[in-house]
Write a protein that binds this ligand. Structure first.
Ligand SMILES: [Cu+2]
Length: 564
């Protein structure tokens, strides 16, 4: 342990004691909830891109995994070797320290970065992925030891916390490679009941091997951890990366000029909380990361105590005090899981409130909602000239043409014209409830993807836009304590954050700033492009670019998509 850290812990312990006294005195200051530092400037660092050539001002980028071509099971196969390790990274110049993560890293480059290990796969060419577990014994986040984790009542506390299981989200994968919760393994090779390496591709204890046939159409998938009882923590800690499947249909669209490029700009959108310097004033029982590290809820703050008294800082209903009460509730553990976690700081590709420059043409973005629970309802608005960093809400920005989703290419382009704010349910006077059926602009639930071409043709150089989220959290019935925006009400007395200062986080609305540069636009006008693209998407769809979707129960007389 470094002197600095020991010093910090000592000071922290004192601060914690002080806060606890304050709490006892009834002044209401201490509870087990914290907000990220309030002086993080928005839109000062650039969006981390794919590969070292796309790094931002503070060295952030998304490293690709290294491909080795081998012959396996009689077929050319792409082999990737990654490790899961602990590392730290500067995420923003205004954070009080580096952030500790768990995450994938390519074994040959050992380039440890947040969301590293991106894989670009080709339809029909299988991928063999070998994952070596090099995690330390201690988890960087609060682990609830009482969660179910095995047979006969075994819980998380009965097992090591450095268990991993790699799941390809969106992959059509054989069972032994699906990385389901009981397929976990530890660095020493201890493993869950259904762990199994790829037949014919064994590995030493502490490594798991996975076989992905890639017998599916082009799309953005992602791989992330899925170990029983700690999936929420491992994925939030960073054990996740992109897995892009390309195919010939997509390549032909690129060659025909109907897609700007094969990969596009990834936008992996997540919400995170970062430990502030004064963590022990906010959250005296916090005993995990240092300032700058990831924060995670660890205490189940009940809305109503057992004696019926309301908890003004409560966040979650509790079995014994709901109506009707549930029976068999166990005592709340000291370090507890909570139903779903929302955080106050938006991170895209690991960048906090990043900015990105684009040419005045059609630009392809690959969106993934990599958040645990937060939905995003997205509109693109012009940046307010008089209020830099804020959006001119209600003024539509360049149209977003959605060409694909987590299911691959759509049969027809979905047009999001940025003229549809979240529809609010008038029966909730607090304006925190969305109409669940829409209409929506672009709505992304957790783990959903959107393949979007934004049309910047004709936009004057120097124009800037804000990708703006107005989805309640939870969705559709939200709570104000989970929403952060400039000038929001001070909610410190109800377990929330102070007012967000202009130009700074926390903010869950202004996600990304897009600045349009100078240059030539596309030679094909957008209405012509759209007509041609729609023809190709429809033809590709009907020709089986998406096998298995065309007919109900395989019956050709019953088309699933009569509108085609
Ligand atoms: Cu998943």
């Amino acid at each position: 342990m470094s002197n600095n850290r020991r010093d910090f812990l000592k000071k922290a312990a004192l601060a914690g004691a002080g806060a606890a006294l304050y709490h006892t005195a009834g002044k209401g200051r201490a509870w087990a909830f914290a907000q990220s530092p309030t002086r993080i400037r928005k839109f000062v660092t650039s969006l981390p891109g794919l590969g070292p050539s796309a790094q931002n001002e503070i060295g952030q980028y998304l490293p690709l995994a290294t491909k080795h071509t081998i012959n396996f099971a009689g077929r050319p196969t792409d082999l990737y070797n990654v490790a899961v390790t602990q590392f730290s990274e500067w995420m923003h110049p205004d954070l009080p320290g580096k952030t500790n993560f768990f995450g994938y890293t390519d074994v040959s480059t050992f380039d440890q970065k947040y969301l590293a290990g991106a894989i670009v796969a080709k339809r029909g060419t299988p991928v063999l992925l070998a994952v070596t577990n090099q995690l330390p014994e201690r988890h960087i986040l609060p682990v609830d030891p009482t969660m179910m984790a095995g047979e006969n009542g075994l819980t998380v506390g009965d097992f090591p916390t450095n268990r991993i299981a790699t799941h390809l989200h969106g992959g059509a994968t054989p069972w032994f490679s699906d990385g389901t919760p009981f397929q976990w393994f530890t660095p020493s090779g201890r493993h869950g009941a259904s762990f199994m390496n790829v037949p014919g591709f064994p590995a030493l204890p502490g490594t798991g091997t996975y076989y992905y046939p890639n017998d599916q159409s082009a799309r953005l998938a992602w791989y992330h951890d899925h170990a029983i009882g700690i999936t929420r923590l491992n994925a939030y800690a960073g054990i996740a990366s992109a897995y892009i499947i390309t195919d010939d249909f997509e390549g032909a669209l690129v060659n025909a000029g109907l897609l700007p490029d094969l990969i596009g700009i990834p936008l992996i959108i997540q919400d995170k909380g970062f430990v502030p310097k004064h963590i022990f004033e906010l959250d005296p029982s916090w005993r995990w990361g240092d300032p700058g590290d990831l924060w995670y809820p660890h205490k189940y703050e009940v809305t109503t105590f057992r004696d019926g008294a309301e908890n003004p800082r409560g966040r979650w209903d509790w079995g014994p005090t709901v109506d009707p009460p549930s029976s068999g509730t166990m005592p709340l553990p000291r370090t507890s899981v909570i139903p779903e976690a929302f955080f106050d700081t938006i991170v895209i590709n690991g960048g906090l409130y990043p900015k990105v420059s684009v040419a005045p043409k059609r630009v392809r973005f690959r969106l993934l909602n990599g958040s645990q629970a937060r939905f995003y309802h997205l509109n693109l608005y012009p940046e307010a000239v008089a209020n830099p960093g804020e959006a001119r809400v209600g003024t539509p920005g360049p149209v977003m043409y959605q060409v694909g989703s987590e299911g691959g290419f759509l049969p027809v382009v979905a047009i999001h014209d940025n003229a549809t704010p979240i529809p609010l349910d008038p029966s909730d006077p607090s304006d925190n409830t969305a109409v669940a059926d829409g209409p929506f602009n672009l709505l992304l639930a957790p783990a959903e993807r959107a393949d979007v071409v934004i049309d910047f043709n004709g936009v004057p150089a120097g124009s800037s836009f804000i990708l703006y989220n107005d989805a309640p959290a939870p969705f559709p019935g939200g709570e104000a304590v989970n929403e952060y925006f400039t000038g929001d009400p001070d909610q410190q007395q109800s377990g929330g954050a102070p007012t967000t200062a202009f130009g700074h986080g926390p903010n869950t609305r202004t996600l990304l700033k897009i600045v349009v540069g100078a240059g030539n636009g596309d030679s094909v006008p957008t209405h012509t492009w759209l007509a041609h693209l729609n023809t190709q998407l429809r033809t590709g769809f009907l020709n089986g670019s998406q096998p298995g979707l065309l007919f109900h129960d395989g019956d050709p007389s019953s088309p699933a998509f009569p509108f085609l």
